[in-house]
Design a protein around this ligand. Structure first.
Ligand code: PLP
Length: 315
């Protein structure tokens, strides 16, 4: 096999869109042009990574799987005692207003960020955040790059592992993603696109930005979920497999089984399901991806159906 030495791509590669140079962004109650969308250098998110975020996609005027995203967000905010005085409906209005200000009804991706807010002094104590929260919603025109779904992503196993839940629980979608950023840097240094991260026991867990699945002999496997992000797309894929008689298992497995898989794919809100071309330079399967292709089609249908239901429920 000739090694793939093409320039790095990422699971978040989008088609180029110049309109994103001039979008409007929500910042603390105002929707302002991108070049005026700023927060204080005293912000707890900037200083400490003390904040939570969600990535969501807009389809036909609806934020797909909105309730699941809000469930994760509000669970995280409660866990770190970040009281924002708003509920999911208020968040939806912020997102809807920002999308409307940009004339968007689909092919858009939102990064909603909520931090403990501006601090009185440049130190760590949470009580110094006196003017919080800071809420920002960036909604960009966004279409995942088509090349990824054909070509697939190159993974490298990295030394940086996932942490135990009693250090910084991987279920926090926190502004501080340094663990993941270090993993991504290590993957890049190894000539790959994204890092495949092991758990503290050496089992295959997740990548630095997406959840990880393999397909072996007609079965779909993913990690137990103990050390990875509780991905909305991950859960949707598991549920879809169960509903469509595709055997699916959340279990421990090692690189041995990952290298020998017939197919592997990543899941995330942005890219849905992105095929994996290789792990540590070893090509995965033959390049035929019937199970991934079927799951992608089922997921597309699920998005269309749930978005239509959400629209009807909202009148
Ligand atoms: C480390 C990590 N894994 C997986 C995911 C995918 O989660 P979701 O499917 O909810 O987008 C994310 C996205 O926030 C992430 O940061």
């Amino acid at each position: 096999m000739t090694p793939d030495t093409s320039p790095a791509h990422t699971t978040h590669d989008a088609e180029a869109d110049d309109r994103n140079d001039h979008i409007k962004i929500y910042v603390n109650g105002d929707i302002v042009p991108k070049d005026q969308a700023v927060v204080s250098v005293y912000d707890s998110g900037f200083m400490l990574g003390d904040g939570m975020w969600e990535g969501m996609r807009l389809y036909d005027g609806e934020w797909a799987f909105f309730d699941a995203h809000m469930d994760r967000l509000f669970n995280s905010l409660k866990s770190v005692s970040l009281e924002i005085g708003l509920g999911p409906d208020d968040i939806r209005k912020i997102l809807d207003d920002t999308a409307a200000a940009n004339g968007m009804t689909g092919d858009a991706h939102c990064r909603l960020m909520i931090t403990r807010g501006r601090k009185a002094k440049p130190f760590q104590h949470p009580s110094l955040s006196r003017w919080g929260p800071t809420i920002v919603a960036i909604v960009e025109h966004s279409k995942p790059a088509q090349s990824l779904s054909a070509k697939g992503i190159r993974l490298a196993t990295v030394p940086q592992v996932r942490g135990l839940p009693m250090s910084q629980d991987a279920k926090y979608n926190s502004h501080s993603k340094l663990n993941c950023v270090i993993a991504c840097l290590q993957a890049e240094q190894a000539g790959a696109d994204e890092g495949l991260m092991l758990d503290p026991h050496g089992f295959v867990n997740t990548t630095n930005a997406c959840n990880f699945f393999i397909v072996r002999r007609g079965e779909v496997w993913t990690s137990t979920g103990d050390y990875c992000m509780n991905g909305v797309t991950r859960q949707n894929v598991i549920d879809l497999c169960r509903a469509n008689d595709i055997p699916v298992f959340e279990k421990n497995f090692s690189l041995y089984e990952a290298y020998g898989a017939d197919e592997a794919f990543l899941t995330g809100t942005f890219g849905a399901q992105t095929p994996v071309a290789s792990i540590d330079g070893k090509e995965i399967g033959t390049g035929e991806r019937p199970v991934t292709t079927r799951i992608r089609a089922l997921y597309k249908e699920l998005v269309a159906r749930t978005v239509a239901e959400q629209k009807t429920a909202r009148g």
